[in-house]
Design a protein around this ligand. Structure first.
Ligand SMILES: [Zn+2]
Ligand SMILES: [Zn+2]
Length: 347
């Protein structure tokens, strides 16, 4: 095959000094190894985690790397021993790219906690390219209802939102707060409205536009990050890259409440907010904080099935592959309309 033009990250970048962190490079089309499939990529979501990689909060172990972990494509080749898919079939790839499958975490379905966990688009090449390879057991079948672009944000924002909600162990009648109202939080809201209709939702967001959007989707209340909710909340899912919403969220928790942090890394700009943590106000009465280590395969598979059933159709904003830097900078500068998705040119 002809070489392909991929968007690559060649080193950690300071986004206050450059707005073109990725460079376009001509590289060979990858060959599928044992039990791998070659995918012709059709769409790839743009995620805040790419900014964490670029700015070094979760640095790739090797450079250059092709980012992108919400990947849709068609099977375009099979490696030795690969039998699960056939040529032309549609498949998706998420953040979880590989795990050891032998350790106690993997055996318990907690492969997201495996010491050998490998992430798509960080530890191995991802989907900001016309082709990529993936182990057949870590590729997902996508329900027909969704277009490629619509399915992309389901693979990360949706799947991690699903895991966050599972870790909340929420019951009908309890109150749920959401801090931040980007791609993941708005998918969580839609899931809760469907699965637990008697759970009122309280949304904390900085922009009035996001608060209006939350109310229009059925939030019982929406306010600024520093506001007090009208009632103490039993569970809160934090989807922001910052610390202030965590500290403020703990203040809003009811006794025995749990705050779940849905983020791979936190930014450091407002880390000082943690010094305001006061034991009696923020933690006393058995309040808990729990992080979400992204996703196991079961989260992705179950969420895709649920999104099809509800249905949840994400709002997406499309970019061409060479516009990846612009999409990333808009995400950095919080110009969020829908989930951003790179859509590949047809052959
Ligand atoms: Zn992601
Ligand atoms: Zn393992």
């Amino acid at each position: 095959m002809e070489p392909m033009n991929a968007m690559m990250l060649e080193s950690i970048q300071d986004l206050s000094r450059t707005d073109t962190p990725l460079v376009c490079r001509q590289v060979p089309v990858p060959q599928p190894g044992e039990h791998e499939v070659l995918m012709r990529v059709t769409a790839c979501g743009v995620c805040h985690t790419e900014l964490d990689e670029i700015e070094g909060r979760t640095p790739p172990p090797h450079f250059p790397v092709i980012p992108g972990h919400q990947v849709l494509g068609r099977v375009a080749g099979l490696g030795p021993g690969a039998t699960r898919f056939s040529d032309g079939q549609r498949v998706g790839v998420a953040w979880i790219n590989r795990s050891c499958r032998r350790c106690r975490f993997c055996r318990d379905g907690l492969e997201n906690l495996c010491a050998e966990f490998s992430a798509t688009g960080r530890d191995v090449h991802g989907g900001y390219a016309p082709y990529m390879t993936v182990h057949e057991d870590f590729a997902f079948i996508i329900p027909e209802r969704f277009s490629d672009a619509q399915a992309a944000p389901l693979l990360c924002a949706g799947a991690i939102g699903y895991r966050s909600l599972s870790l909340c162990q929420l019951h009908d009648g309890q109150r749920l707060g959401l801090t931040g109202f980007g791609a993941s939080a708005h998918l969580v809201l839609k899931m809760v409205r469907h699965q637990l209709p008697d759970v009122p939702l309280y949304v904390f967001a900085r922009s009035p536009g996001e608060r209006d959007f939350a109310r229009s989707l059925g939030a019982a209340w929406a306010g600024d990050t520093r506001e007090r909710a009208p009632h103490p909340l039993d569970r809160i899912i934090d989807t922001t890259p910052a610390w202030t919403p965590v500290v403020e969220g703990l203040r809003n928790l009811a006794p025995g409440g749990r705050l779940v942090i849905n983020a791979i890394r936190k930014e450091t700009a407002d880390r000082d907010a943690l010094l305001k943590l006061d034991y009696s106000t923020h933690l006393w009465h058995e309040k808990e904080i729990k992080s979400v280590a992204n996703v196991a395969r079961s989260d992705v598979a179950r969420f895709l099935e649920l999104a099809d059933r509800i249905p949840i159709i994400p709002e997406v904003e499309s970019f061409r592959l060479p516009e990846a830097n612009r999409a990333l900078m808009e995400l950095k500068n919080r110009k969020i309309r829908g989930a951003k998705v790179l859509v590949m040119d047809p052959d």
